[in-house]
Design a protein around this ligand. Sequence first.
Ligand SMILES: *Cc1c(COP(=O)(O)O)cnc(C)c1O
Length: 356
Amino acid sequence: MTNTLARPSTAGPGHGDAFTAHMVSATWTPELGWHGREVGPLTPLTLHPAMLGLHYAQVVFEGLKAHRGVDGSVSVFRPDRNALRFQASARRLAMPELPVDDFLAAVDELVALDHGALSDDPSHSLYLRPLMFATEPNLMLRPSAEYRFLLMAFVAGGFFGDDALAPVSVLISREHSRAVAGGTGDVKCAANYGPSFVAQRAAAEAGCQQVVWLDAAERRWVEEMGGMNLFFVRQGPAGTELVTPGLTGTLLPGVTRDSLLTLAARTGYAVSEERISVQQWRRECAEGRITEVFACGTAAVVTPVGTVRDRDGDWTVGDGTPGPVTRLLRGLLLDTQRGAAPDPGGWRRVVVAPTR
Ligand SMILES: *Cc1c(COP(=O)(O)O)cnc(C)c1O
């Protein structure tokens, strides 16, 4: 059988266009709870047009990665964190939580089956996309009584090339907000992302690659960049410190963010979570106090920010090139994921045994 949805790439993987051959599926009903988990070919779905999730956005997702280690093993990076966040997202959307063990079993199953799609190329990884959506055909404004869980995967690439560390230009969004207090900014629900595309497009029209989100109340405090968390490298009296905005409820608690805070502290940098205003970002760059800024997330790992555009002018971070702390932390994270650096936190869940 040929699987027409799985599209193994010939020209090196992009993001989300080289799906592997299989997917895991499970169903939730009030009578049976979660049941019927099975793995099968990645195929189109048959959906009722009145499926509640399509109309009212009861849809949550996750993003995590499997890596081929230096010893040939394949491991998934901190999937327990994604399993817990998936539960938090489901709770926020009045959806049933998928047990952590079911989440991990699905991940193990798909990775064990499709890891062959992942070459030895250290710049490639297997991006895993868990998804849960409301399937009841009913247009009443209330939570669905049926849900579907899916897990699919694609090969992601390009994180070791020269391009991977190319600094991005960002536009501070003054018009749009990503998240509001009491909203859904701290969970991964589909409804957060569609509305962000128009701001992303405005950034592109202003000649920038990414959008930076400010808090919605004062439009003063820096929150995130696109779908990634932000870090500031600052030269303080006690040496180099790493600063990231605290989790106020309107930021997505990134697994990469958490991992980098841990790795940075272990490396000996002072780390802190504090508010940073746009004004402060600009001023401290001019003073040479903030020397590097980078964004982080599962998809793009660590991405340096080179230039910032705001309504009343542009500025450059450092000399606009990737700085030493950015490079070091990025290398440390990638080495940890591939088993080339110590893993005291037990972050690697080995699914496929070493081959060498
Ligand atoms: C997923 C996501 C992140 C990064 O989270 P990771 O767990 O590190 O991948 C950051 N911000 C937003 C808005 C996100 O959706």
